[in-house]
Design a protein around this ligand. Structure first.
Ligand code: UFG
Length: 341
């Protein structure tokens, strides 16, 4: 298939592009490189038989329309987005512009050109702070985001749902799936790609940077949450499993589909458990500091992934937190400065 991967120079998007190329698809990446890595694009050169990278903005509708036509795109995997919960609380307009308005422009471009499939990178952040009786989280859990990041993603889910309904009512073909990710970690098993954000805010990469001596300590954001050890609980899914879910969904989409799936392993780990696992994997007893809560962080988020298991027989193949961290650690050791910025 001819697939457009938006945000394909980012951590998750680049892993999607790699997998699609290896599966023999023609892959076009569009990424404005504001947060993505040119190094990831360089790593994809020579993989597969048809790869194109365009440095550009998905909100630039005429440009995206030309690209959809030129590359005869059949399906869009939409990853391009800003992804920091904390930043979104400080710069909400930037998040709505970048994540919601640009996605709308992309969907309009797809409509103009007649591209009828989208796999959308949504987030567990759309669920907000579910009550304890609704955790593990199923897809029918009410979506009530508590930060602009989650809200910006939920708006896109709603736009897609309304659009798909209108197309179905008009007897026209459109299909999409929203994949609500929990926390993504690890990297390509052959270490061609890795996780390299600037700024880096994620727990596992920061722990690894502390282990490498690049930062002094890991600060635990809040130790007074209503969880067994007082720190936040999250569900860490390996990026290769996450991409496997995208590919399965892409192949399963049928006219009229409006699907939503949670992608996680179905088990939560506290911040303290993740830090301890990072210490075991790296064999370095790095320092932790107890800090105050980060705004916008819900206490506990982990998935009930049974819907995608039932529909598509997808399940996470990497279920050991230590193994997931191990793959990230291997890449980090080879690339202590990430892609070399
Ligand atoms: N944390 C710390 N110290 C740090 C960094 C993180 O204690 O230096 C904590 C956070 O407070 C949180 C947990 O570690 O409790 C995980 O934080 P991350 O920043 O690694 O990830 P988030 O849970 O904030 O966000 C991730 C994705 C979002 C997605 C969300 C859904 O980045 O896009 O998971 O669960 F919405």
């Amino acid at each position: 298939m001819n697939v457009l991967v938006t945000g394909g120079a980012g951590y998750i998007g680049s892993h999607a592009a790699l997998r699609l190329l290896e599966d023999g698809h023609a892959v076009t990446v569009i990424d404005d490189l504001s947060r993505g890595n040119q190094g990831a694009m360089d790593a994809l050169e020579g993989i597969g038989s048809d790869f194109a990278f365009v440095a550009g903005d998905i909100g630039d509708r005429p440009r995206v329309e030309s690209l959809l036509r030129e590359r005869s795109i059949e399906v869009v995997m939409h990853f391009a987005a800003l992804t920091y919960v904390g930043e979104s609380t400080q710069q909400p307009l930037r998040y709505y512009r970048n994540n919601t308005a640009s996605a709308l422009a992309l969907i309009e471009a797809m409509e103009a050109v007649g591209v009828r499939r989208m796999v959308f990178s949504s987030s567990a952040a759309t669920y907000g702070e579910p009550p304890p009786e609704l955790i593990p989280i199923r897809e029918d859990c009410p979506q009530r985001p508590i930060n602009p990041y989650g809200q910006s993603k939920l708006h896109v889910e709603q736009i897609l749902a309304d659009y798909a309904r209108a197309k179905r009512d008009a007897g026209q073909d459109f299909a999409f799936a929203s994949l609500r990710y929990f926390n993504v970690a690890g990297n390509d098993g052959k270490l061609r790609l890795g996780e390299d954000h600037d700024p880096e805010t994620h727990l596992i990469p920061i722990c690894l940077a502390v282990a490498l001596g690049q930062r002094k300590a890991i600060t635990i954001f809040g130790t007074d949450y209503p969880t067994p050890d007082g720190t936040c609980i999250r569900d860490y899914v390996h990026v290769e499993d996450l991409i496997d879910a995208h590919v399965s969904v892409m192949h399963a989409l049928r006219p009229g589909d409006a699907r939503a799936y949670n992608i996680g392993i179905g088990k939560g780990y506290s911040v303290r458990e993740v830090i301890d696992a990072c210490r075991r994997v790296t064999d370095i007893k790095f320092t932790e500091v107890e800090g105050k809560r980060r705004e916008g962080d819900p206490p506990s988020l982990f998935a009930d992934p049974s819907k995608i298991r039932k529909d598509l027989r997808w399940r996470a193949s990497h279920t050991s937190l230590e193994k997931i961290i191990e793959s990230a650690w291997q890449w980090r050791q080879q690339h202590p400065r990430g892609y070399g910025r």
